[in-house]
Every structure is written in structure tokens, then in C-alpha cells.
Design a protein around this ligand. Structure first.
Ligand SMILES: [Cu+2]
Length: 151
């Protein structure tokens, strides 16, 4: 039964929003991965729509990256800087937007091709996982926070 639900969830995410709502309250859209310049890590942005109870995004994994962290921004010494956090709140019947300058995923150790889509699995505190696909793109210009990354 669990296998069947997983398959239905995958089908739903890929092709049928109405069906996905039945089995998975959280859906992802507009996933983007921007590769870092040189050895810098990549950043991922995505919009999550939650039709269910409040939960938390607690992690992410991908075969294309060695490690993925959840990052936020905070002011420190008059400058915006990135900080690693344990989770992001996903409000009930609401959305969570990961975007440049705000919450984002930081992806380390890219080991795939830049022109091919990669899959990133998002893990939530309610036990749900959401598969997202994005084609990593080379960053067009320096992100404001890129130079202050503390890794
Ligand atoms: Cu970051």
C-alpha cells in the first residue's frame, strides 16, 4: 500500500495537481538551481504550496550533490549574511517561497552535468517527501550574498 501511494504521489506531482492534492498536501513549483561560480555552492529556489496542516521543511537530498543545507539570511554587523538553519516553517494552507535573498537551499559538491535536469527530494516533518526537478544553470552574475559565504 505504501508503494502504491508513493507512485500516485509521483504521478500527481508530475502531471495532475488535482490528484496530488488527495495524497500529498505539499506541492513544489518553479524549482530553480543556480550553480555557484568556481567552487562556490549552488543555490536552489522553489515555491511550496501546502494544502494541509502546518509542517516544516527539514532537509533535502539529491544524487547530483554531496550535501544540501537549509539557509536563511540575517543581519550581522550591518551586513546581510547567510546562516544555516535546521528547518523552514511551512504554514497550513499556505506557501513557503525559497528565493534569492531569503530562505534557500545551499547545495554543495555538484557532480552532474549542468545541462541536464537533476532531481532534488525535499523532506518534511510530517513524513512527506516531494520530488522536484530542475536544470542547474550557471549563475549570470554574482549574488549579493555570494562573497560572504562562510563555508
Ligand atoms: Cu546559502
Amino acid at each position: 500500500m505504501k508503494y502504491v501511494l508513493t507512485v500516485l504521489a509521483l504521478i500527481g506531482v508530475l502531471s495532475a495537481p488535482a490528484r496530488a492534492e488527495m495524497v500529498s498536501p505539499i506541492m513544489a513549483e518553479d524549482a530553480q538551481i543556480k550553480l555557484g561560480i568556481g567552487e562556490r555552492p549552488a543555490a536552489m529556489f522553489v515555491t511550496l504550496h501546502n494544502k494541509g496542516a502546518a509542517t516544516r521543511l527539514i532537509g533535502a537530498t539529491s544524487d547530483a550533490f554531496a550535501r544540501i543545507e537549509l539557509h536563511s539570511h540575517e543581519m550581522g554587523g550591518g551586513m546581510m549574511r547567510m546562516v544555516k538553519v535546521d528547518d523552514f516553517a511551512v504554514p497550513a494552507n499556505g506557501m513557503l517561497t525559497l528565493k534569492p535573498g531569503g530562505y534557500h537551499l545551499m547545495l554543495f559538491g555538484f557532480n552532474a552535468d549542468a545541462d541536464a535536469p537533476v532531481q532534488v527530494t525535499l523532506q518534511f516533518a510530517n513524513g512527506q517527501t516531494v520530488e522536484t526537478m530542475a536544470t542547474p544553470s550557471v549563475r549570470q552574475k554574482r549574488m549579493p550574498h555570494g562573497g560572504m559565504h562562510g563555508h
